[in-house]
Design a protein around this ligand. Structure first.
Ligand SMILES: N[C@H](CCC[C@H](N)C(=O)O)C(=O)O
Length: 287
């Protein structure tokens, strides 16, 4: 079958987008399609697949699938790309609109014109901090902030935050020495996280600036992770390394995101979204 797609990225965290307003896919196709279309050798190449779909509760809907075909509940960089695509393709009437995710709904505001949106601000809603809702094993009802967490030879300290998807945040003295490739793949599958976890390493530059690296659940090391950047700033504030209510600059491998967490309120994410290419993917389903 020939599948129309658009490739977009948020700070080089790229996804292949299929617009279900125009093209239909069967549910059982989605995971194998994500694996095939994201393959850098035999597919288009990306960090996963994102579906833009009609929604009964919001202006548009988004579903995201990782490289390994697993479906995630949320995707920050993907949301900015969905917002850009929806506005530029007249799927929405105004420059501010709602997007349905499996984690709930968010509100996006695009910056730019119908011809070209260059930046998007998203109200990501409130973080989820109760251990059992991350989910992470251990005493229920508690937050997980600066808790001892040994992984292999690494003696680390974890702060766990969900943005609809789970994140384990670790503060290190030097981001270049972070055990991203050694501890990342171990922690992402650690049994203390029954649904797996996205793994972030953070080096604080100042209270309003940090370096960020990520091993993503289901995709491995990516150039950026929007929900991860949100989780990192929440973790910094919980650990009194950053202030509530002020924009923190997060330096990811692929570029900068600007994140603020309003006390007792939402996490706001602002950053770029760019289109790379559109075309048709010829897919022999089941081949
Ligand atoms: N890259 C995405 C996160 C994907 C999350 C996915 N790896 C999972 O939660 O399983 C972002 O910009 O938020």
């Amino acid at each position: 079958m020939d599948i129309p797609f658009v490739k977009l990225h948020g700070l080089k965290n790229s996804y292949i987008f299929v617009d279900l307003f125009q093209f239909q896919l069967e549910e059982e196709m989605l995971a194998p399609l994500a694996i095939d279309i994201a393959d850098r050798n035999t597919g288009i190449g990306s960090d996963g697949l994102i579906l833009i779909h009609p929604s009964e509760t919001c202006d548009v809907g988004m579903r995201i699938f990782n490289l390994d075909g697993s479906e995630a509940m949320n995707c920050g960089n993907g949301l900015r790309c969905v917002a850009k695509y929806a506005f530029e393709n007249n799927l929405v009437d105004a420059d501010t609109f709602t997007i349905q995710t499996k984690a709930g709904q968010v509100e996006a505001q695009v910056h730019g014109t119908r011809k070209h949106v260059h930046e998007v601000t998203v109200d990501m809603g409130a973080p989820i901090l109760q251990r059992e809702l991350i989910p992470m094993l251990g005493e229920e009802g508690q937050q997980v902030a600066d808790e001892a967490f040994d992984a292999g030879e690494e003696q680390l300290r974890v702060t766990a935050v969900s943005m609809g998807n789970p994140h384990a945040v670790f503060f290190v003295d030097n981001i270049d020495n972070a055990p991203l490739y050694t501890a990342g793949p171990v922690i992402t599958n650690d049994s203390r996280f029954p649904e797996g976890v996205n793994v972030e390493f953070i080096e604080m530059v100042s209270e309003k600036e940090m370096h960020f690296r990520v091993w993503e659940r289901g995709s491995g090391v990516t150039q950026a992770c929007g929900t991860g950047a949100c989780a990192a700033v929440v973790a910094a504030i919980l650990n009194k390394k950053s202030p509530y209510g002020e924009e923190v600059t997060v330096h990811l491998s692929g570029g900068d995101l600007f994140i603020r967490w309003e006390k007792d309120g939402s996490v706001w994410m602002r950053g770029a979204a760019e289109k790379t290419v559109s075309g048709t993917f010829h897919w022999e389903h089941g081949a």
